[in-house]
Design a protein. Structure first.
Length: 423
């Protein structure tokens, strides 16, 4: 199916959805792997990488800093690097790729010269000041006039910097991961501690960062879950396989819940992955008796799909621990609520940072059509497509935004029975 630019209308299927789905590589792990390979000395071959907007932006930025990267391909990407980064002659543009923006903001401190990291209009609204502040306290000159990209960083790879840093990881675990990944290449390593008693939303992704760093040869240890000691050293790995994306699996699990079908992803195993969103499968499996309260703190990317499925649940569902969703590609709390209320007025309310879905097992739309404003957010588009399994007239705006993490989403869903038509 050729995907249109403006909107698609979901064609409500007459049968349950069944079939085999191949899940592409994780966007978050792919961008970590690309950066770790770029900071490695020698040649690294990556397999299983996601090829999407976000990984393309990361690869383009690394190439601008002197890293040789072959054409992006899920089967094989070859990266050749000296382990050092060169300051580019122009800003690094990362679109609305949060992982690329945050990881590169720290990594470019290893280049010798001033590097600017910038993004599109949406990225320029996403906060990055906690990371900028941390870099300055380390002794790295960094500035962000608006508290969001663009960020200018003055790199000095051989500088004597502070060896310990506290950072507020409350807004994003990616700030912590960014500092961790650049730390082995600092002259004296780095100890990173979360300030105060704040819990990190998406803590599991910090652990994924630690594990991947170790797999690339770094010496990194953790203490108490809020502190990481990274020793100076070299990265290096000849081959690395990127795991499939368990965040993308949420649409498969949600489709199974709402259609009563059996979509199978045979290249995943929730029992062995450390990706946090794998935990959401147990909640989808409980439909239509999902619990009244769901803590989304450690499965943040699953919340939009869970919320859409919850609209059809037997009891209302309150989502808690999701404050970080306000600083994703959009304010996902408000945008999900607005989407649900476009289906039926009063279907969702927001209290503080909690999202309450006033479930209706016999849910019907208020009108002939329900137009979903996705705010150009890939997860909003894919999550609300699921509503079309049960309801007629679901229209998804800006459908091409799925290219951020699941470029062939519309084609994959059409193959298993959930079609979308241009409007």
């Amino acid at each position: 199916m050729t995907e249109p630019q403006q909107a698609v209308k979901i064609v409500r299927p007459q049968n349950s959805l069944n079939g085999l789905v191949i899940v592409s590589g994780s966007k978050s792990l792919s961008n970590r792997a690309l950066l770790l390979a770029a900071l490695s000395s020698g040649t690294t071959e990556l397999t299983g990488c996601l090829v999407s907007d976000d990984t393309i932006y990361m690869a383009q930025s690394l190439r601008k800093m002197g890293v040789e990267i072959s054409e992006l391909n899920a089967d094989r990407i070859v990266i050749k690097s000296s382990g050092k980064l060169s300051a580019p002659s122009e800003p690094l543009f990362v679109g609305n790729a949060g992982t690329a923006a945050r990881f590169l903001t720290a990594a470019v401190a290893l280049a010798d010269g001033v590097v600017v990291v910038d993004g599109d209009e949406d990225m320029q609204k996403r906060p990055i000041m906690p990371l900028v502040d941390a870099l300055n306290r380390l002794g790295i000159k960094a500035s962000s006039p608006t508290g969001c990209p663009p960020v200018a960083v003055e790199g000095s790879p051989d500088a004597d910097l502070m060896t310990e840093i506290e950072i507020d990881g409350g807004l994003s675990s990616q700030y912590v991961s960014a500092l961790m990944m650049m730390a082995p290449r600092l002259k004296n390593g780095l100890k990173i501690t979360i300030s105060g008693d704040a819990k990190i939303g998406g803590f599991g992704y910090v652990e994924i960062t630690r594990k991947m760093m170790q797999e690339f040869g770094a010496d990194v240890s953790t203490a108490g879950g809020n502190s990481w000691q990274v020793r100076a050293g070299q990265y290096g790995r000849a081959e690395y396989v990127v795991e499939p994306d368990y965040s993308s699996c949420t649409y498969i699990w949600g489709a199974n819940a709402l259609s009563g079908g059996e979509l199978v992803a045979d290249n995943i195993d929730v029992s062995i992955t450390a990706q946090p969103d794998a935990k959401s499968k147990a909640l989808f499996d409980q439909f239509p008796n999902m619990p009244r309260v769901i803590d989304g703190e450690q499965m943040q990317d699953s919340v939009p799909a869970l919320a859409v499925v919850a609209a059809f649940n037997n009891v209302p569902v309150r989502f808690v621990g999701i404050a970080n969703l306000r600083v994703k590609e959009c304010d996902r709390i408000e945008v999900v609520a607005a989407g649900l209320n476009a289906i039926k007025a009063g279907l969702a309310t927001v209290e503080g940072d909690d999202l309450i879905v006033h479930s209706d097992s016999n849910l019907q739309t208020d009108g002939v059509e329900s137009r979903i404003d996705t705010a150009r957010d890939h997860r909003i588009a894919m999550s609300f497509a699921l509503a079309g399994i049960r309801l007629d007239g679901i229209l998804i705006e800006n459908p091409k935004c799925v290219e951020k993490t699941f470029p062939n989403f519309w084609e994959v869903m059409a193959e298993v029975g959930l079609k979308a038509e241009a409007v």
